[in-house]
Design a protein around this ligand. Sequence first.
Ligand code: GDP
Ligand code: MG
Length: 302
Amino acid sequence: MGFFSKIASGLKKTRESIMGSVNSMLKAFTKIDEELFEELEEILIMGDVGATTSAHICEELRRRVKEEGVTDPEEVKRLLREITADMLRGGQELHMATKPSVILVIGVNGVGKTTTIGKMAARFIGEGKKVVLGAADTFRAAAIEQLDIWAKRAGADIVKHAQDADPAAVVFDAIAAAKARGADVVICDTAGRLHNKTNLMNELAKISRVIERELPDADREVLLVLDATTGQNAVNQAREFKNAAGITGIVLTKLDGTARGGVVLAIREDLQVPVKFIGVGEGVDDLQPFDPDEFTAGLFDE
Ligand code: GDP
Ligand code: MG
């Protein structure tokens, strides 16, 4: 399956849900009036776009309708598509020009962190890069094994310690290995659940200090992984992590399994954090760099 069709099929449920509602709503209107904007806003909110973002989109739509003198309700779809593509544009490129660069992957349990790391590793190796993985989710032995399997599959090096080892020490060793072996990028897994949230945030802060100390001039990404199937809960998680961990980007996973892909818009607009990758399946190829135009096409094109 090609690049575009994979995103399109991954977004099928979201597209059918949002565009299905938009289409049947528009059919009931012969002209564009305030009631249309209100109904559209409601559809967007139901589609997990978020209240603030939905209001913002409709405000912009009112403005564009007036400015362009649009009268046909069908034209609303084109405007909606243009507005959302504009909203999503900017900031989605990864900063990984230094050798090595570091990607720290964080997020709650089960969102797809380890899987995303495996997919990213395979992608970077496919681009000719040398990749070292750091198994800094030491909370469960199974997490270390899972990353090990992905490392083998992708052809990446892995640095791992025993279960319950200090995650910051794993990151330290992974960085040392990357420097010694001339790796291009170190990708570190982290635990999504500890005994409590304060512990988790303290641990992430400690890991960040190690990276800062060992690689002060390196390009660094802190990618928060969010599960799109959780809708608004994903937005709430993003808020918490944004405050605590200085995230630079979002990876939104499981877009293939949900009608809640509208959450991309809420995250981008509400939190002002760019989405950098999307996950559209469990396979090694099912991670795509986020492309606003392709994404919007996947969301709106019937
Ligand atoms: P972690 O706890 O955050 O490390 O999450 P895992 O990487 O272990 O993933 C949890 C589950 O989500 C696994 O069964 C993955 O196969 C699945 N998963 C991860 N990303 C995606 C995705 O983009 N689409 C689908 N359908 N499943 C995914
Ligand atoms: Mg994991």
